[in-house]
Design a protein around this ligand. Structure first.
Ligand code: NAI
Length: 271
């Protein structure tokens, strides 16, 4: 499969889960893949996998919540590779639990990574893309960025913000010829819980998980992200059928929200 030959794609959080699958899909289509992740060891393994089947890529140790780190990383990429075609701001952690049960240090770290990380990454890439006159920024939010999900308020706040940020920038960026999309997956099977525990240096408790349907494989999610990106969709909801939830929440918010509340009360009792 080709289509992305001679393009440079950066994937934050590319060492695991959805990001890792994105890296292999991008590479199979011919892109040079640059990973920015706090987990340098796993990021390196992903790059080695890419090299094994003849692809090109490089891993960097970057904490996306540190604006200066992102900036110097980006400068280095441009020096070495000359351009940035795609910036996937995908790195993120879980912030689960009812608001009184989440430590403030944890949610504030979550905001730093899930929201500020996307903003820093976007800002640094956008600066370069405007100069080039092309580029596509793809920010990962979640279905939690489109509908209310009790038990996930902090997480939902970061993801709603990522949706708002991306949709606003999408319109602003049109004048410069830059594309912006936002990705909103439902549940995907990844190691996000263990990775979050590592990053926060603590056990992440089980929480009441909303029945959002079948958990997708990261590979399928990545494929759907790329398809949406190549079609330059504004909001890429995965799977597409989950778009019904968003539609219902806008079409009839009172009914939708009451249903969510009732469902939450029920699963909360049984867990
Ligand atoms: P994952 O934990 O498998 O991968 C995330 C990667 O981001 C890890 O390699 C981790 O080391 C890296 N990372 C975390 N903090 C970082 C930081 N400060 N700087 C650089 N790298 C950092 O998680 P997954 O599930 O692949 O999640 C990817 C994105 O998709 C996240 O933004 C997540 O919120 C979002 N998402 C995930 C869903 C799921 O069900 N797994 C559903 C909807 C959205």
């Amino acid at each position: 499969v080709s289509g992305l030959t001679n393009t440079i794609a950066i994937v934050t959080g590319g060492a695991s889960g959805i990001g890792r699958s994105l890296c292999s899909r991008l590479s199979q289509r011919g892109a040079t893949v640059i990973i920015a992740d706090v987990n340098a060891q796993e990021a390196q393994k992903v790059v080695e996998g890419i090299h094994e089947y003849g692809g090109q890529g490089q891993a960097y140790e970057v904490d996306v919540s540190q604006g200066d780190d992102i900036q110097s990383f980006m400068d280095d990429v441009v020096r070495k590779y000359g351009q940035i075609d795609y910036m996937f701001n995908n790195a993120g952690i879980e912030i689960n639990g009812e608001i009184l049960s989440v430590e403030s240090g944890d949610w504030s770290r979550g905001v730093d990574i899930n929201l500020k990380g996307v903003m820093y990454g976007t800002n640094a890439a956008y600066r370069i893309m405007v100069e080039q006159g092309f580029g596509h920024i793809v920010n990962t939010a979640s279905i939690a960025g489109l509908i209310p999900l009790p038990g996930l308020s902090y997480y939902a706040a970061t993801k709603h913000a990522v949706v708002g940020f991306s949709l606003s920038l999408r319109e602003e960026a049109k004048a410069s010829g830059i594309k912006v999309s936002v990705v909103c997956p439902t549940l995907v099977s990844t190691d996000i819980r263990t990775n979050t525990a590592k990053i926060l240096s603590r056990d992440v408790p089980e929480y009441t998980e909303f029945p959002l349907g079948r958990r997708l494989e990261a590979e399928d999610c990545a494929e759907q992200i790329l398809r949406g990106v190549l079609r330059n969709r504004a909001i890429i909801i995965i799977p597409r059928v989950a778009g019904v939830l968003w539609w219902m929440s806008r079409f009839s918010p009172v009914v939708f929200n009451n249903t969510v509340a009732a469902l939450y009360a029920r699963i909360r009792k049984t867990t």
